[in-house]
Design a protein around this ligand. Sequence first.
Ligand SMILES: [Zn+2]
Ligand SMILES: [Zn+2]
Length: 256
Amino acid sequence: MGSRKTATKYLSREEGCQPADPFRVYGLLELALARFFPPRCLFCLGPGQAPDLDLCAGCEADLLPNIPACTVCAQPLPTAGSFLCPRCAARPRAFDAAFAGCRYAWPLDWAVQRAKYSGDIAAAAVLGRLLARRLPALQAAHVDALLPVPLHRAREARRGYNQAHEIARQVGRRVGLPVVSGPFERIRATPAQAGLEAAARRRNLKGAFARRGPWPYRRVAIIDDVMTTGTTVEALAELLREAGSEWIEVWVLARA
Ligand SMILES: [Zn+2]
Ligand SMILES: [Zn+2]
């Protein structure tokens, strides 16, 4: 009875600004399924971690933490002792701080590709739980809401879900923060960012997002799977700033 009550509490905190969320039902389903199907590691297919994490302790320990890293944009730094990367030292970012749970390397890149391009929503859930487990205990105290980077509607329809939303949902449940994406939309299906130079990425993302309604949150964390140059989250952060957010963090599973 206790666990059911807890689940209801978490689920009712999700999606403050959005209408019906099909994932509310999915959350209860997850709890039920964990009782009958023991967790299995996404990477080595060995036993996962009780009660319901599809990742074994050994594979989890093998995923490189993103240390040392720039305190503003989480770019990996070659040595400890410096706090800012050259880019952040030269000019300010549109967001205030960033946290990445891991370095973007094998075998995490494989899992991210599965979540993004193979329709593997279970992989996306593991990635979300991994980010939640690596998030420092006090990080959640800085923000009021989680905003997953929106996917273009056509792309989300093809994929069946937005992997950033799935990651945010897992993180929100763990730290007790609402996941809100309602007023923001990706209005242009931008070509893939991979392989583009920084300037080309900025051009690619110009006008990619739009806000369709009020945004009441002053302190927010943007959630995504991987951060490469940061231009995607900066485009969204600029809109958040216009909408009145004063403190903007970026939490990603992995930093390239
Ligand atoms: Zn494993
Ligand atoms: Zn930086």
